[in-house]
Write a protein that binds this ligand. Sequence first.
Ligand SMILES: [Zn+2]
Length: 266
Amino acid sequence: MRLFDAHNHLHDARLDPHRAALGPALDAIGLVGAVVNGTREADWDAVAATVAARPGLIASYGLHPWSVRSRSPHWLEALIARLDDSGTRGAVGEIGLDAWIPDHDLDDQRTVLLAQLKLATGRNLAVTIHCIQAWGPLLDTLRAAPLPERGFLIHAYGGPAEMVAPFAKIGAYFSFNPAHLAPKKHARREVFRNIPAERLLVETDAPDMAPPDEYNRHPLPVGADGRAPNHPANLEVAYGELARLRGLPLESLAALAEENFRRLFG
Ligand SMILES: [Zn+2]
């Protein structure tokens, strides 16, 4: 099987204690490609180093809404330099809107999002979007924004079912995450039953968004932050359960996800 992780943070320091074993574990599940997302200026070096260390990884650089407040005055020049370095192999993300974090400033987040969308569009690079509790503002922003011709990913889509069609119409892909297997995420799973097949992707968001314990095939010990990181090899769990949800043989889902991944990320 050839698996593709449309969204993770493989460079994240929370995976460092386990790093030597990660490569063999990812080989064992058949990981062929993944998009490694930076979220702030301070982690872009680690993204570059991680991507250089394993074939098939795509470096994605961006300023996450959680990092908007702490950005430096030179963040945009720094981002442009990263994208220049990656050329046509690069991507932009993780970027977006988040009205769930305390003291959020959606206007400031929107300004930063738009600047990054403009960069991605000018280079026709794929974009990865994060959104929590800001679905209406996100759709309005994207409808009025320049968007890359190749499309964009809304990772771990958690928006309403009726917004899938309008997002898809402007180029959205949607990725299924193993954390969607928690019993209380029933509504999200139902949304993924009906997402257009040509817009479906699979992701882990590792080391975030671990599956519930009963689905966790690669449990890791609790880290310094008091939480157990999500092992990126749990990608196989997301593939298996999404195949079941869609009533597809696993091989068919894997072929579909590969085609979609290549169309979006190149
Ligand atoms: Zn993420």
